[in-house]
Design a protein around this ligand. Structure first.
Ligand code: PRP
Length: 218
């Protein structure tokens, strides 16, 4: 990495197009390759910034360890990963909700206070565990990495804890939401050491991003 260059982690998947648009709106140029190809690494035209496309769940780790100076990631992942990073900005896009869902035809109706134990499949083991223990319910967590909605359909569990955006995945798999656990939007996160060692460049970019989010930039 060049001296003084800022490394930024962007999340692969649904948040990527908005994340790229946001940085482009601050005046950064040369990021087209990240959307139009399978390129996972690219520098902007000035060489001041280096962008990397990573799995969302890995981004807080990269930023905490300083492998990248900054990152864009969903609040859901920040709550789950509990990494020591600075979170200066709510970027306001990518709004979604973390919910408990179950098959529409499940015999046992939703009544957390009435359960002694439940089995739940999720990508969010800590958040799910915390939610059920707050309700005094013993929970068996089955950790999966994707296609969570399939698990109750094939008898792996009765319920899931997963993200809902449009609600289409639940609908098309005959599942219904029974409880909202959290809401989430995309956040900017920053490595704590980079805030000091690259203070001027980091602060400048945070300010430009903030101006765009508040509708003053672009
Ligand atoms: C997410 C989430 C749900 C789905 C919700 O999965 O885990 O499955 O999107 O979106 P919807 O409410 O608009 O249908 P993602 O697409 O990230 O893939 P995954 O199954 O691999 O986690």
């Amino acid at each position: 990495m060049r001296r003084g260059q800022i490394a930024i982690a962007l999340p692969k998947g649904r948040l990527l197009p908005e994340a790229i648009k946001l940085f482009e709106a601050t005046g950064i140029e040369g990021l087209e390759g990240l959307m139009e190809s399978r390129r996972l690494l690219c520098e902007d035209v000035t060489g001041a910034y280096r962008f990397m496309v990573l799995r969302p769940a890995d981004i807080p780790t990269y930023v905490e360890y300083g492998a990248t100076d900054m990152g864009v990631v969903g609040k859901d992942i920040l709550l789950e990963e509990e990494r020591d990073v600075y979170e200066p900005l709510d970027l306001k896009f990518g709004a979604c909700r973390l919910v408990v869902a179950q098959p529409k035809n499940l015999q046992q109706r939703w009544s957390p206070g009435g359960f002694s134990s439940v089995r739940v499949a999720t990508k969010y083991p800590k958040l799910a565990e915390r939610y059920f223990s707050q309700h005094g319910v013993q929970v068996e967590i089955i950790r999966l990495s994707g296609s969570i909605e399939l698990a109750p359909l094939v008898g792996l569990c009765e319920r899931i804890v997963d993200l809902v955006d449009t609600g289409r995945t639940l609908q098309e798999n005959d599942l219904e939401e029974v409880e909202e656990i959290a809401t989430a939007t995309a956040r900017l996160i920053v490595n704590r050491a980079a805030l000091k060692t690259k203070h001027q460049q980091v602060r400048d970019l945070i300010d430009r991003l903030q101006a765009v989010v508040q509708g003053e930039g672009g």
